[in-house]
Design a protein around this ligand. Structure first.
Ligand code: ATP
Ligand code: MG
Length: 284
C-alpha cells in the first residue's frame, strides 16, 4: 500500500491488537499493574472494563504473553457459551477429554485436575475476553468455578475483560454473589490529548518511521477530539489520513487529511464548536 512512500516496514495503524505496537499509556500501565499485583497475590478475581476499542484485547494478549512459566492460562476469547459450554471449554483448555453432559460431573473432573496442578505448583488462570457477551447464567456459573479452592488457596484465578455492558449485567441483583468475589476492578479510559500524540508517534516509530514528525499538531488535535482518545478510532482515522496523503503524493499529514478521514468514517463526526464550554451571555 503506502509503506514505501512513507518509509514504513509495515502498516502503522492496523486494527489487530498486535502487542509489538503496545504503548504503555497511563491507563494501560495502571491496568497492567493491577493485573500483575492481583495475580501475584494468588487470590485474584479481576475485572477490567473499558469502552469499545480502548485496548482490552491488547491488554489481554500482553497478559497472556507475559505470564511466567508456572502459570497456566485458560483463555476463553469468545465466551458466548452456556454454563455447560463454559465448563467444557475450561476442561478442554486443561487438556481434559470429557464427553459428559452432566455439569456437576464436569466440574468435579475440573476440580480434580486443578488439585493436581496445585500439587505440581502450576497456577491456572482463567482469562475471559469479551465477557459482556457471556449470558447472565454463564456468568453466574463462573462463581462455581471460582469456588474451587483448598483450605489455603484458590485453585483458579479469573480475569474478565469486558465492555461497560458487563457492569450493567453484574449490577443485577442475581449477580451479587459473583460480584462480591471480584477482588479488583479497573476501568480502562481513553487517551488524553498528550497521549494521542505519543500514541501516533509511537506507532509510526514501531512501523519503522524515523523522520521528522509526520502528523502536524493540528492534525493530532483533530484526531484526538474526533476519536475522543479511543485507540481503535485513532488507528482508523490515521490510516485513512495516510491513504489520503499518499493519494496526493504528500509526505506529511495535515488537518485536511484528517477531515477527509473523519468524513469517510461511520460513527465519527467533525468536532463541533459545542465541544468548547459555552459562554453564557450576561443580560444587563
Ligand atoms: N496501549 C496500546 N498501544 C498500542 N495500540 C493499542 C493500545 N491499546 C489499543 N491499541 C490498538 O487499538 C485497537 C483496539 O484495541 P483492542 O482491540 O484491544 O480494543 P478492545 O477494547 O478489545 O475493543 P472491543 O471492545 O471492540 O473488543 C487495536 O488496533 C490495538 O492495537
Ligand atoms: Mg476486544
Amino acid at each position: 500500500m503506502y509503506e514505501e512512500h512513507f518509509g514504513f516496514n509495515e502498516l502503522p495503524f492496523c486494527l489487530t491488537p498486535d502487542t509489538q505496537f503496545y504503548l504503555n499509556s497511563k491507563w494501560h500501565a495502571e491496568a497492567s499493574t493491577v493485573l500483575n499485583v492481583c495475580i501475584e497475590q494468588g487470590e485474584g478475581f479481576v475485572k477490567i472494563v473499558g469502552e469499545v476499542g480502548t485496548g482490552k484485547t491488547m491488554l489481554c494478549r500482553r497478559l497472556l504473553n507475559g505470564l511466567p512459566d508456572d502459570y497456566l492460562p485458560i483463555y476463553i476469547p469468545n465466551p458466548y457459551l452456556s454454563a455447560e459450554g463454559l465448563f467444557h471449554a475450561v476442561a478442554h483448555e486443561l487438556g481434559i477429554d470429557i464427553d459428559e453432559a452432566n455439569s456437576h460431573i464436569v466440574l468435579k473432573v475440573i476440580e480434580e485436575e486443578l488439585m493436581q496442578l496445585a500439587v505440581l505448583g502450576r497456577k491456572p488462570i482463567l482469562i475471559v475476553d469479551e465477557a459482556q457477551s457471556m449470558p447472565a447464567q454463564t456468568l453466574e456459573a463462573l462463581r462455581l468455578v471460582t469456588n474451587l479452592e483448598t483450605e489455603k488457596m484458590k485453585l483458579l484465578q479469573v480475569v474478565l475483560f469486558g465492555q461497560p455492558e458487563l457492569d450493567v449485567i453484574l449490577s443485577q441483583n442475581a449477580m451479587r454473589q459473583l460480584v462480591q468475589r471480584i477482588t479488583f476492578s479497573y476501568h480502562l479510559r481513553p487517551l488524553d490529548m498528550d497521549e494521542v500524540k505519543a500514541y501516533i508517534g509511537h506507532r509510526l516509530g514501531k512501523a519503522g518511521y524515523t523522520g521528522a514528525p509526520m502528523f502536524s499538531n493540528a492534525a493530532i488535535q483533530l484526531i484526538a477530539r474526533a476519536s475522543r482518545g479511543t485507540p481503535r478510532l485513532i488507528n482508523v482515522l490515521s490510516h485513512k489520513a495516510l491513504m489520503c496523503a499518499y493519494g496526493k503524493r504528500e509526505k506529511t499529514v495535515d488537518r485536511n487529511f484528517i477531515l477527509a478521514a473523519i468524513d469517510d468514517t461511520e460513527g465519527v463526526s467533525r468536532p463541533g464548536w459545542s465541544f468548547w464550554p459555552r459562554r453564557v451571555a450576561k443580560v444587563a
